[in-house]
Ligand binder design. Sequence first.
Ligand code: HEC
Ligand code: HEC
Length: 401
Amino acid sequence: MTFSVFPKFLATFTLLGYLTACGGGGGATANTQTPAPPTPLSVAQALFAEKALSASGQLACASCHTDDNAHGDATGTTLPIGGVNMGQQGFRSSPSLLYLASNTAFRFVNGLPFGGFTWDGRANSRAEQAAGPLLDSTEMANADVAAVARKVRGLTYFNDFVSQFNVPAAATDQQIFEKLKTALQTYQELDTDYLLFNSKFDREADGTYTFTPSERSGRDLFNNPDKGNCASCHTSRNGPNGERPVFTNFSYAALGLPRNMQIQKNAADATFFDKGLCGPKRTDLSTRTELCGQFKVPTLRNIELTSPYFHNASIFNLTQAVSFYATRDIDPRLWYPSVNDKFNDLPLAERGNVIRTAPFGQQPGDRPVLSAQDVDDLVSFLKTLTDDRTAPQGSPTVVAR
Ligand code: HEC
Ligand code: HEC
């Protein structure tokens, strides 16, 4: 089988280039040849794009979280590939890393799960999360912390890392590893792409863009509790102080997605199930069977760019992803091998956990709650959530009018 292994992340050094250009001041002088002095951002960005941090020497954070795809999988990716020899397929799609700044550590609120990083919330911060791929045998596949530290010490810009991240003299392997994790979180905090807030949606909120009729209709369907009801999980309202919405409330739900047989583990083993909160990646909630099948609600900002969709990459096209909400219960044969095998990516005993409230909950043959035109309008609206990476960063709060 062939998979797309080498995503593009050509824009990775855009910012370095930009800094250099600014330093040039206005004219091609010999000065423009001088490299810009290192900053925490320039060093952290280089580390994020550093393939030498993987056992294969071929995989960086930026390989799976590509610049051009809102730091999600590269265009055409089926599922991420990694491992010592780049021969291991993961069983989850790489999420966009944008708009996570307002997320929190994992916790239960009134008994309901919220927050945390990854699809099952098992990391409590972006720094903690970074340890996962560095050591995961199917991703960057380092044997241990010492192996990572050795690779960091060998980087040509190790001294810049030391100076920009206050790495102690004679740092231990563990100290280097911790500083690396900090740097990778710092990158996600400092690169303005991570919170651009300059999409058509944001400009509409500021009064500098007018929705087309289709986009407006999609927005209304998205917010209407009797129609799409999307906003009940993918928050679309401003916060109390005008904070722009990030289209997730960081809660969890079981949508009952179709099983993806392109996942090698699924094809090889009919008894293997990725059950999100209750395992197998996460191990502390394995006895909480009522949580099986639940995954974190992702942001929908830049969703146009982040195919494939859902934790199991079961749907490749955005119209199809929205159609799933419209027709899962009305016409299950579109999604599952048979009407009697609905929610086939969960064991029989746990299929009852799947959510049936709006926009779901019809019987086969019922009148659709969302028509084909409604689906198209929802997609038009979702496309207004794409940021403009060539334009300046917008304010994180809505501009007062
Ligand atoms: C082989 C592909 C791959 C590589 C390499 C990779 N990631 Fe990921 N990343 C993923 C996948 C898949 C997930 C979802 C994991 C899960 O749910 O178990 C993820 C999740 C994340 C998340 C959580 C996002 C959220 O919505 O909670 C962050 C943050 C992240 N990665 C950062 C990084 C950093 C930093 C690196 C480099 C150290 C990195 N990733 C390397 C594939 C990758
Ligand atoms: C009950 C909460 C809930 C509602 C209501 C809801 N979603 Fe979602 N949405 C989720 C969860 C949870 C996921 C991730 C599920 C998974 O991958 O297992 C998701 C994922 C998605 C994705 C794929 C995101 C990605 O990065 O792969 C799209 C697109 C999406 N939703 C659009 C919508 C639209 C449009 C509506 C309204 C018609 C809607 N959602 C209603 C909870 C919800």
